[in-house]
Design a binder for this molecule. Structure first.
Ligand code: F6R
Length: 637
């Protein structure tokens, strides 16, 4: 394992990093990156042990460091890495918060790390979420003093919030701030809402190490995974130092590295517009990406871009390769044009040389994998409608039950209806009792989870009947990794893959549609996609797989960039309405869905806005003016 690649090389010293004020390294995969970070920490612990010194670690919680901790635990179990000389200081804790609460950072740290290693319990320091209000101030002063007395932090691990916070130093935090209590930003609370089953349950206050405490660490590594961190990562690395983005203070640290995955790096100038920082090696996708960007910059359609436009915007070597803007524009225009098809399953008896899908067989077997009930129609309701109308055998496979997203009120409504029809029924009576006696933070018992799953099943069946899909083609896989009753999920197991494999083997599809979502490495969408990729690997030698195309759609949060789209399926205004209606059948997710995120639009609104925006972007590039487009990218086996 080469850990040197994340060691400090100095930001901005190369041409392509000249806009960057913090050293950063981008990995394809967050797991690989996490292992490398874990190895840096392990090496430091061992080096300190050799010198007979303690190793003082500053630790973070949240989704970002989970794989780092897992690798450290593995090294402890398999390679004898000892934590006897380690003293830890955690960044923060909610306030008030009991240690035993499964939402506490105390609980998190023990679950993911401390319970599995040989650290001396007295060497663990986590801000106390139950300290008396009038003792908080002194507690915080003592926390900082304890770090100083221990010799200062040798290594600080950080995540980054979408507000730009590090620890819980929210916008407005002072450069010289010490450990203190702080009011959490609304966005931070929105992001924490899923684990607390609703924003109203998220504490408003936390105790956090200060910026001054953090920046005195001798080495800092900040982890950021996923597209939803991309905007703030750009601000922290390329923007001005400002209290509005507290992580930008790290620009002043001389041994700090941001470790990013592809998603989190997307907005950096060097990644987003590499032609602005260095001469590029142009492949088809990069060329299209640059032209789409240029067309937006110049507010011109592709066919109107000129030699001067290309030359003045870092693309002169691209122009040389193609002789003139005229030649290049035509190639790009045709490429975009060829992505558009009203025949997502292929057009029978037509020349398919330039179509996204092949014409044969004319009637295809199709599986649409939907991570939760509803993702199918939200993301590709128009395409499903066309596939059905064009005579393909469409199967919808719901990978998870989606039960945690049904509110207790919704579940109660259905339980009461059932009881009214079956007066005195003991099972339903018990269900109602457990819903009534449920306390804040309680995990639903199995019966309640089952009720919630059934609600989502019946909604899905109704939506599919409306789109003309027979009940026998609807598959509820209930993948076990999801069934924790809480927002945090188990790891994928052989059982998950077996279920996926059996369905694919049974249907032998010509087309598979699946959701690809870079938003977070631990989200259900990502695990569902991984389950598909792993299953496909297992099935790659099956003859039907060689004839199967895989199309990826984006989840309810992000859309493909135009240059990434390989199939764009137009919808008429009537189809837009039909899709809306199909989404409405998922009634438990309408009007204040539990896992709405920070987007206040309902799912059908997001879907419509997104499909309309894609159509508008195509039109602005000079292509036909559609009401809406659904977008797909091909995954090559
Ligand atoms: C956690 C902490 C926070 C998180 C940040 C990112 O101890 O202090 O700054 O690191 O909110 O959280 P995740 O990793 O869940 O995206």
């Amino acid at each position: 394992m080469n850990i040197d690649i994340i060691k400090h090389a100095g930001a901005g010293q190369f041409e392509d990093t000249r806009f960057e004020k913090i050293h950063n390294v981008v990995f394809d995969d967050s797991l690989e990156a996490s292992k490398i970070v874990a190895h840096e920490i392990a090496d430091l612990i061992k080096e300190k042990a050799k010198q007979k010194k303690n190793c003082i670690l500053g630790l973070a919680t949240g989704s970002s460091p989970i794989d780092v901790y897992e690798e450290l635990v593995r090294m402890h179990n398999e390679e004898g890495l000892s934590f006897k000389n380690v003293i830890t200081f955690n960044l923060d804790e909610y306030y008030p918060m009991e240690k035993e609460n499964i939402q506490s950072y105390w609980y998190f740290m023990h679950e993911h790390l401390f319970n599995h290693i040989d650290i001396i319990p007295e060497n663990i320091n986590i801000p106390d979420g139950m300290i008396e209000p009038d003792e908080v101030k002194q507690f915080c002063i003592d926390y900082d003093m304890k770090i100083i007395d221990a010799g200062g932090l040798d290594f600080q691990l950080l995540g980054i919030g979408r507000t730009g916070h590090i620890g819980f130093n929210e916008p407005g935090s002072h450069y010289n701030s010490g450990t203190r209590n702080i009011t959490l930003d609304h966005i931070t609370r929105v992001d924490a809402a899923p684990s607390f089953l609703g924003i109203d349950n998220v504490p408003r206050v936390a105790i956090t190490m200060g910026i001054s405490t953090i920046r005195k660490a001798k080495r800092i590594v900040l982890l950021a995974w996923g597209l939803n961190k991309a905007a703030v990562v750009k601000k922290a690395i390329e923007g001005e130092i400002t209290s509005e983005i507290p992580s930008s203070y790290l620009q002043n640290h001389d041994n700090c590295t941001f470790v990013l995955d592809e998603g989190a790096s997307q907005e950096l100038i060097r990644v987003k517009t590499p032609w602005l920082v260095k001469p590029c090696k142009w492949n088809e996708e990069l060329t299209l990406k640059a032209a789409v960007w240029l067309s937006d910059l110049k507010q011109k359609s592709i066919l109107k871009l000129t030699d001067t436009d290309y030359n003045n915007n870092g693309m002169s070597n691209l122009l040389v390769e193609h002789n003139s803007a005229y030649n290049l524009n035509i190639i790009l225009f045709n490429k975009l044009q060829h992505t558009i098809t009203g025949w997502p399953g292929g057009k029978p008896n037509a020349d398919d040389t330039n179509r996204p899908e092949r014409k044969d067989p004319a009637q295809k077997r199709v599986i649409v994998f939907s991570p939760h009930p509803g993702d199918d129609v939200i993301s590709m309701g128009g395409t499903i409608d066309r596939l059905v109308e064009q005579g393909h055998e469409v199967h919808i496979a719901y990978q998870t039950s989606g039960n945690i997203a049904v509110s207790d009120e919704e579940a109660m409504k259905f339980a009461e209806v059932t009881l009214a029809l079956n007066e005195g029924n003991p099972v339903v009576t018990k269900l109602i009792e457990s819903l009534n006696s449920k306390k804040e933070y309680d995990i639903d018992n199995l019966e309640v989870r089952k009720l919630k799953s059934v609600i989502r099943r019946k909604e899905s069946i109704a939506a599919n009947r409306y789109l003309g899909i027979p009940d026998k083609n609807i598959h509820f896989l209930d993948l076990p990794f999801y069934e924790t009753g809480t927002p945090s999920k188990n790891k994928l197991s052989d059982e998950d893959l077996k279920i996926m494999k059996n369905l694919i083997l049974k249907i032998k599809p010509h087309q598979i549609y699946a959701s690809e979502d870079l938003a977070s490495p631990h989200s259900t969408h990502k695990l569902c996609l991984n389950s598909l990729f792993s299953t496909i690997k297992l099935l790659k030698d099956e003859s039907f797989m060689k004839d199967c195309r895989i199309w990826l759609y984006r989840g309810a949060w992000y859309e493909w960039d135009i240059h990434e789209i390989e199939m764009a399926v137009p919808m008429s205004p009537d189809q837009v309405l039909k899709k809306r209606q199909a989404i409405f059948y998922h009634q438990s997710q309408k009007d204040g869905a539990l896992f709405q995120g920070d987007d206040s639009r309902e799912f059908w609104m997001r879907a419509e806005d997104r499909n309309r925006e894609t159509a508008e972007k195509y039109n602005a590039l000079g292509l036909a003016d559609y009401a809406a487009l659904e977008a797909f990218r091909r995954y090559y086996l």
